[in-house]
Design a protein around this ligand. Structure first.
Ligand code: SF4
Length: 198
């Protein structure tokens, strides 16, 4: 806790007092492998992105050296990333050990949320029946994993598409009623507007 506070203090001193311009957030598409098949997704299993362990470790170290202090992993599905026996939990540990203040994982929530010292952003693509249509009947599994997660720092995220855009209110009410999430974020497919327009 003291380490985190002094790190915040150091960052604040450099940016607010010394007026240095430093980067903060750093994102890594750690893999494009995914165990789901959402209809609007172009990036899954394209074979274009998959970090080796050495690449991932060096990229994290370089980002920290450049001044980044918040890191997120996305995909594909980051929770299924592995390379030669190394997994995403190890990358989270490396990031935290070198001084990243926050680590986030964007996940479809189908794997246990068992990694400590990180925050999760879990996609819930609408009310249960809509989510299940888009995401291979995974709603109950996802909510069960959220319920049993090792952390309370979990946010829900909805990706708007033609299939769910008219269910926004219902989605917000249903997710709020679970009392499982700290907040909700909205992912607009701005690069693929045809997937959202009715
Ligand atoms: S879970 Fe994410 S990466 Fe996987 S198919 Fe759906 S949108 Fe694509």
């Amino acid at each position: 806790m003291v380490g985190k506070f002094s790190s915040w203090l150091g960052y604040g001193f450099k940016t607010f007092i010394l007026r240095q311009t430093l980067p903060y957030l750093f994102g890594m598409v750690i893999t494009d492998k995914c165990n789901l098949n959402c209809f609007y997704c172009e990036s899954k299993n394209s074979g274009r992105y998959h970090f080796s362990f050495e690449q991932a470790k060096n990229t994290i170290l370089d980002a920290h050296l450049r001044g980044h202090r918040s890191l997120y992993f996305t995909g594909g599905e980051p929770m299924i990333w592995e390379d030669g026996g190394h997994d995403i939990e190890e990358l989270v540990r490396i990031a935290r050990d070198i001084g990243f203040l926050d680590v986030f994982i964007f996940t479809n929530g189908t794997r246990p949320l068992s990694i400590k010292n990180c925050n999760y952003i879990v996609t819930v693509d609408g009310p249960k029946d809509i989510h299940d249509q888009i995401r291979n009947n995974s709603y109950d599994l996802v909510l069960n994993n959220v319920k049993n997660a090792v952390t309370k720092n979990i946010f829900a995220s909805i990706t708007f598409s033609k299939a769910n855009v008219q269910y926004l209110r219902q989605f917000v009410e249903e997710v709020t009623c679970t009392n499982l999430f700290r907040g909700i974020s909205f992912n607009l497919l701005t690069h693929r507007p045809g997937m959202v327009r009715l």
